[in-house]
Design a protein. Structure first.
Length: 305
């Protein structure tokens, strides 16, 4: 690394993030991309850094987490490139660095084009329409992706959580039963490549329009999984049925088909998956997060009927 390049990344409050930040800067430097800043856009299991006017790096910080290696990152890159080439409403990968995925000092990394966020919530109709646009393009992905991957992964995660005592025994039993039941049910419906984690936090309103991002959970499954992800909070936690209905209505109006039985199974599966991942994603959760977790469990228990 040339002296001074990215030096602002390794001072003061950045010291705890020194290693993953350095890995991203060194990788960009190796490909001849000048790093002139270090803005932390997100700091969690994945560290998101803006390194230049156009360059954003995603660095996996949780090297001991349930996902090891770069195979899942490679699936994300392939799907994101396919979508961008077809003009789908997605954030593109950065054009000056090979897609990778890259690995530096043990940290998996990929690089994206910076887009400027607009502080306006997307309309429900636009959520449904843009998700359908992505689904249309995703039908043409040439790679075969694993079926219902996040559900199978979460079933395995429950074993580790049970060993650690992360949940009471009855909670683990509820989650395992709902996961197994909904996985078997969803396997009966038509599958295609999906976003995998299509909640509204992964849809950015930008100066160039609504763009979907964060394709790391992409897998093959019924489209109802993505729709359930998009409406779950509105339908259950917020009881905003008008918004949930508008998302589904716009998806149908754009040309998408929705099977109500598959959607209900996907709602159950989504609740079970998100609940199981709470101890991983939110290890120090506060009162508000704990209340959301409680409500998810109450809803899941009621869904047995």
């Amino acid at each position: 690394m040339k002296e001074g390049r990215g030096s602002g990344c390794f001072r003061g409050e950045m010291m705890e993030r020194d290693l993953p930040v350095r890995a991203a800067v060194e990788t960009a430097d190796a490909h001849g991309v000048t790093v002139d800043r270090c803005e932390v856009l997100q700091d969690g299991n994945t560290l998101v850094l803006r390194l230049s006017e156009t360059l954003v790096a995603l660095v996996v910080q949780d090297l001991e987490g349930p996902r090891q290696g770069t195979a899942w990152f490679a699936r994300e890159n392939a799907v994101a490139q396919h979508l961008a080439r077809a003009g789908a409403p997605v954030i593109p990968m950065h054009s000056e660095i090979p897609p990778g995925p890259h690995e530096q000092s043990g940290y998996p990394i990929n690089f994206w084009r910076y887009v400027e966020r607009v502080d306006v919530e997307p309309a429900a109709e636009a959520v449904g329409r843009t998700l359908w646009q992505c689904h249309e393009v995703l039908r043409g992905v040439p790679e075969e992706l694993p079926h219902l991957a996040i559900l199978h992964e979460t079933t395995g995660l429950l074993d580790a959580l049970e060993e650690k005592g992360a949940f009471p025994e009855e909670t683990v039993g509820l989650l395992r039963e709902r996961l197994l039941t909904s996985t078997a049910a969803l396997a009966r419906f038509p599958h295609q490549v999906l976003h995998g984690d299509a909640h509204l936090g992964n849809l950015m309103n930008t100066t160039i329009g609504l763009l979907w991002t964060d394709w790391e959970d992409t897998f093959s499954g019924p489209v109802e999984w993505d729709l359930a992800s998009a409406i779950w909070n509105a339908r259950v936690l917020e009881e905003d049925h008008a918004t949930a209905d508008a998302v589904l209505g716009a998806y149908r109006a754009a040309g998408g088909g929705i099977d109500e039985e598959a959607l209900q199974h996907a709602m159950v599966a989504r609740a079970a998956v998100m609940t199981a991942w709470y101890p991983v994603l939110y290890p120090g959760m506060g009162a508000e997060r704990k209340e959301k977790l409680r409500r998810r469990l109450v809803w899941l228990a009621a869904s047995r009927g």
